[in-house]
Design a protein around this ligand. Structure first.
Ligand code: SAH
Length: 217
C-alpha cells in the first residue's frame, strides 16, 4: 500500500522539479510546497495523482488547483512573515496551508460548509494554528478583519470584486483570476499604492467561477 501521508524522496524531487519548470523559483514558496503534502488534500480515487501537476476534483463539484498555478499565485503575492492574508475559495485547503507557512495569519473563506469543515480537519492534523476558516460569500471579503496585506482569490470573477479591492491595504497585493467561467481566464496581480491600483497580467488560467451566496452543503 502506498502511504500518502509521506511524500517519498523521489516524488518530492519530481514535484519540486515540475514547480521550477513552471517558473516557481522563490525559495520560501518552494520550501512551503515541499513541507505541505498535497496528498492530504486530495481524497479517494484521485489521491494517487496528488503529486502530478494537475487540477483534481474535490467535494462539492470543485477543484484543487494545479500545484504549478498555486506556486505562481503564491510567488506573485510576495507574502512577508508579518502579513495578514485573505484567501477567497478554501476548496481543499491546500493553498491556505501553503500560505500559513509564509504569513502571520491566514483567513480563508468558502461558500461550501462541507469543504471548510474538511479543510479545517487537515489544518488541525498538521497543527496549522494560524489559519482561520470561515463559511460565507467571500466576494464581500471580511470587513471586520480588513485591511489585508495580501488577498488571493482562487475562483474566477469577471472583474476583481470591489469589496476585496477596498479591503486591500495600501502597499498590498491581490492575485485574482478574471474572465468568464467557461473560457480561458487571465491571472491578474493588482498592486495598491497611494497613486491607485496597478494591474499586471501573469498567466492564462482556468478556475471554477466565483459564485454568489452560500452553497447547498
Ligand atoms: N484554493 C483551493 C481551490 C479552490 S476551488 C484549494 O487550494 O484547494 C474554488 C473554491 O472557491 C471552491 O471551493 C468554491 O466553493 C469557492 N467559491 C466560489 N465562489 C465563492 C464565494 N463567492 N465565496 C467563497 N468561496 C467561493
Amino acid at each position: 500500500m502506498v502511504d500518502f501521508d509521506m511524500m517519498d524522496a523521489e516524488r518530492v524531487m519530481q514535484f519540486l522539479f515540475a514547480l521550477r519548470s513552471k517558473g516557481v523559483t522563490d525559495k520560501r514558496v518552494l520550501e512551503a510546497m515541499e513541507f505541505i503534502d498535497r496528498g492530504l488534500f486530495v481524497k479517494g480515487h484521485f489521491a494517487s495523482r496528488a503529486y502530478d501537476d494537475l487540477p483534481l476534483p474535490i467535494a462539492c463539484g470543485q477543484t484543487i488547483s494545479q500545484p504549478g498555478v498555486v506556486g505562481l499565485m503564491t510567488q506573485a503575492l510576495k507574502v512577508r512573515p508579518r502579513d495578514k492574508v485573505l484567501e477567497v475559495g478554501t476548496g481543499s485547503g491546500y493553498q491556505a496551508a501553503i500560505l500559513s507557512q509564509l504569513a502571520r495569519r491566514v483567513y480563508t473563506v468558502d461558500r461550501h460548509r462541507r469543504l471548510v469543515k474538511e479543510a479545517r480537519r487537515v489544518f488541525d492534523r498538521l497543527d496549522l494554528t494560524n489559519i482561520t476558516t470561515i463559511v460565507g460569500d467571500g466576494s464581500f471579503g471580511l470587513p471586520d478583519q480588513a485591511p489585508f496585506d495580501r488577498i488571493v482569490v482562487t475562483a474566477a470573477a469577471e472583474d476583481p470584486p470591489g469589496p476585496l479591492l477596498a479591503q486591500l491595504r495600501t502597499g498590498g497585493i491581490m492575485v485574482v483570476p478574471v474572465g468568464q467561467s467557461d473560457a480561458v481566464q487571465r491571472l491578474i496581480k493588482v498592486t495598491k499604492s497611494e497613486a491607485g491600483l496597478e494591474y499586471e497580467e501573469l498567466a492564462p488560467v482556468r478556475f471554477v467561477p466565483l459564485v454568489e451566496g452560500l452553497g447547498q452543503d
